[in-house]
Ligand binder design. Structure first.
Ligand code: AR6
Length: 173
């Protein structure tokens, strides 16, 4: 059975095989969920990130989870919203797909995502949510490895948008 969960909470607390970090191309930390993940994982995370030499927008790279309950962190820089004419939808899709590919390569059964690009990067929440849910749903349908994906909404606004969007899509949570 494949499953998509939508929850409100703090992604750093989740006991899943891998959590995804909404990073920036330097992979050297920042604010938002990136800052929270680095604080919770401890300094070893930054030390490993330094060995990765960054990541292009829409790409994904894996590290250990260190002091997190999750075994791994998959770091993906999403696109900065620049009005929508700079390939933002495709780049956001790439962040989800490439994160899930990396999860598959490392045998991760359970993966959790934050709402990539919808904070500091200002991607409109409704549009980003449609891409997130559609992309994850399509990938899960074809994956032999990833069986459960949890979409983590940090605040109630995002949670409501995710729940409403899920109702409009052709899948059941
Ligand atoms: N758990 C789950 N979601 C969270 C948490 C958390 N602990 N904290 C925040 N969020 P953002 P971006 C939500 O800004 O837009 C960083 O500085 C937040 O409410 O973290 O992709 C990076 O280094 C929002 O819905 O990421 C980059 O420079 C979502 O996570 C830049 O921000 C994403 O917001 C990336 O910007």
């Amino acid at each position: 059975m494949k499953q998509i969960n939508i929850i409100q909470g703090d992604i750093t607390q989740l006991d899943v095989t891998a959590i995804v970090n909404a990073a920036n191309p330097s992979l050297l930390g920042g604010g938002g969920v990136d800052g929270a993940i680095h604080r919770a994982a401890g300094p070893e995370l930054l030390a490993e990130c330094r060995t990765l030499h960054g990541c292009p927008v829409g790409g994904a790279k894996l590290t250990q989870g260190y002091r997190l309950p999750a075994q791994y962190v998959i770091h993906t820089p999403g696109p900065v919203w620049q009005g929508g004419k700079n390939n933002e939808p495709q780049l956001l899709r790439n962040s989800y797909v490439n994160s899930l590919r990396v999860a598959e390569e490392h045998g991760c059964a359970t993966v959790a995502f934050p709402a990539i690009s919808t904070g500091v990067y200002h991607y409109p929440l409704e549009e980003a949510t449609k891409i997130a849910l559609q992309t994850v749903n399509d990938f899960l349908a074809n994956s032999q490895v990833v069986t459960e994906v949890t979409m983590v909404c940090y605040n109630v606004t995002a949670y409501r948008v995710y729940k409403n969007t899920a109702r409009l899509l052709p899948f059941n949570e």
